[in-house]
Design a protein around this ligand. Structure first.
Ligand code: NDP
Length: 474
């Protein structure tokens, strides 16, 4: 029997089938993931629906305490979870890796516990009182990806639970084990059925999006799958939050000192080996500083140690899975065939594991996949521009709209240009700065809805108006 189980109605549930989860750095089997049947999904949804009846009505203070308790449980088990995360996801324990991710889980959980959904009084006149209430929607289905498995699980489930919903979560088949363990720990401090986890392949995600007793789906993943989620959710008119990745552009103005910003740009592009929705994925640099900027980026990228994430000296790990590794190999190959030059990296590392060195490619432009599509990996194209209006136009000529950034010493001008980027978050002199107290979400094909902060919490609620006529003589 697998040491990992589904979590249904407060119990760890075994399955008849398992799938092997492998460490992308070494190929070793990390553990066996239980594969849920459609009937087990139904059981999880039924348990969540049953738990919703009481969880949605407990005093708010009790839910605040429960979420604070969860933050404490994550903190107490952070070491075990971080190690498991590194082994199944590949990211290093140190640097911006697993320990950092667990820190994010605790920070987001604590910040969400502190949020409130007060009743708003819209009219309080002698004849009428009108109140706006925020009510939980019911059972929330969460479908999470393999890049930041635990952090994104927390982003989905904590606001859902905090606002009185119950949850069925399905982690990615590439990185299910750390989420199953996290949910097992969380479920120990919540009433049975408030949080449930199913795992497996075979269209389990689609079964969730079609399920008549799930009221909302929160999905983080690719645009293509996001469209499918929306299609299959239509029949039951589910509420949706879709966070669908991006192809974020950064634009470097001529007044910038390349050496001064290179580290921040490399950090923004290669966080989690580039496997981050809000990573910087295309860099536009003014002609006057183009050569200097390319060299400065390559100098920083070359210094970052890559290898097995369990070795504490490494700050980058492998690409998480073969599909993604093959995608990066072919995108870089095409960019080089089209005249691009690799200043560092540019070919797979070879040997065991899905290692691909950090790669900076210059002399590329639109028309190749590395620029036009989301690469989601360790290869950054650097594109030359001459005119800022043209650069903004090219940055916006993209179906995605998650983030973007402007780099300049002139903050007022940079902020004005940032406002012209068609994206959910426009940064100045930084890229990918995501915080629990600031809403985050995409426009265009990057999805809709926001996560985090008050606006993110409200996405897990619907509005109910209570309209009281203060008539006399009733
Ligand atoms: P996808 O985003 O395509 O998602 C796959 C997940 O979606 C699986 O867990 C699958 O579960 C589920 N799924 C598939 N079909 C449906 C459906 N019709 N309804 C509901 N859920 C469904 O990720 P991939 O791993 O295939 O990665 C592909 C690309 O996505 C990457 O190259 C990258 O560009 C992007 N990506 C973006 C991320 C982000 O953070 N924005 C994260 C990860 C990837 P099941 O098989 O059980 O049905």
């Amino acid at each position: 029997m697998s040491e990992y189980g589904l979590v249904i109605d407060g119990k760890k549930v075994p399955t008849e089938k398992w799938l092997e989860v492998k460490n992308p750095a070494t190929g070793e089997v990390v553990g066996e993931c239980p594969v849920a049947t459609k009937a087990q999904l139904d059981e999880a949804v039924t348990a969540a629906a049953r738990a919703f009846r009481s969880w949605s009505r407990v005093p708010d203070e009790e839910r605040v305490q429960a979420v604070q308790h969860i933050a404490g449980v994550i903190e107490a088990n952070a070491g075990e979870l971080a190690t498991l995360l590194t082994r199944e996801q590949g990211k290093p324990l140190k640097g911006m890796g697993s320990e950092f991710e667990l820190g994010g889980c605790i920070a987001w959980t604590s910040a969400t516990a502190a949020l409130q959904l007060p009743v708003k009084v819209l009219d309080d006149s002698p004849r009428t009182r009108v109140e706006l209430h925020r009510k939980p929607v019911g059972v929330v289905g969460s479908i999470t990806p393999w890049n930041w498995p635990l952090m994104i699980a927390i982003w989905h489930v904590i606001p859902a639970i905090r606002s009185g919903n119950t949850v069925v979560i399905k982690p990615s088949p590439y990185t299910p084990l750390s989420t199953l363990r996290l949910v097992e720990l969380i479920s120990e401090v919540l009433p049975a059925g408030v949080i449930n986890a199913v795992a497996g392949k075979d269209e389990l995600g689609q079964a969730m999006t079609e399920h008549p007793d799930i009221q909302k789906i929160v999905f983080t993943g690719s645009c293509a799958t996001g469209r499918k989620v929306m299609g299959s959710a239509a029949a039951t008119l589910k509420r949706l939050t879709l966070e669908l990745g991006g192809n974020d552009a950064g634009i470097v103005l001529p007044d910038v000192d390349p050496a001064a910003v290179a580290e921040s740009i490399v950090g923004g592009a290669f966080i989690n080996n580039g496997q981050t929705c809000a990573a910087l994925k295309r860099l536009y640099v003014h002609d006057s500083i183009y050569d200097e900027m390319c060299d400065a980026l390559a100098a920083v990228a070359t210094r970052i140690p890559m290898g097995d994430g369990m070795d504490e000296g490494n700050l980058q790990g492998p690409i998480q899975n073969k599909m993604q590794y093959d995608k990066i190999c072919s995108m870089v190959e095409e960019a080089l065939e089209m005249g691009g030059k690799a200043l560092c990296g540019g070919a797979p590392s070879g040997g065991t594991g899905y290692f691909y060195p950090l790669t900076i490619i210059r002399d590329v432009s639109e028309g190749c996949r590395l620029v036009d599509e989301e690469q989601f990996g360790p290869a950054l194209p650097v594109i030359r521009y001459f005119d800022i209006d043209d650069a903004i136009e090219r940055a916006n000529r993209c179906e995605n709209g998650l983030g973007g950034s402007i780099w300049s010493r002139d903050l007022a001008k940079a902020a004005e240009l940032a406002g012209r980027l068609e994206c959910g978050t426009a940064w100045v002199n930084i890229h990918g700065d995501i915080r629990p107290d600031v809403p985050f979400g995409g426009v265009k094909q990057s999805g809709f809805g926001v996560e985090f902060a008050q606006e993110g919490l409200e996405e897990y609620t619907s509005v109910q108006i209570v309209n009281i006529a203060r008539g006399e003589g009733l």
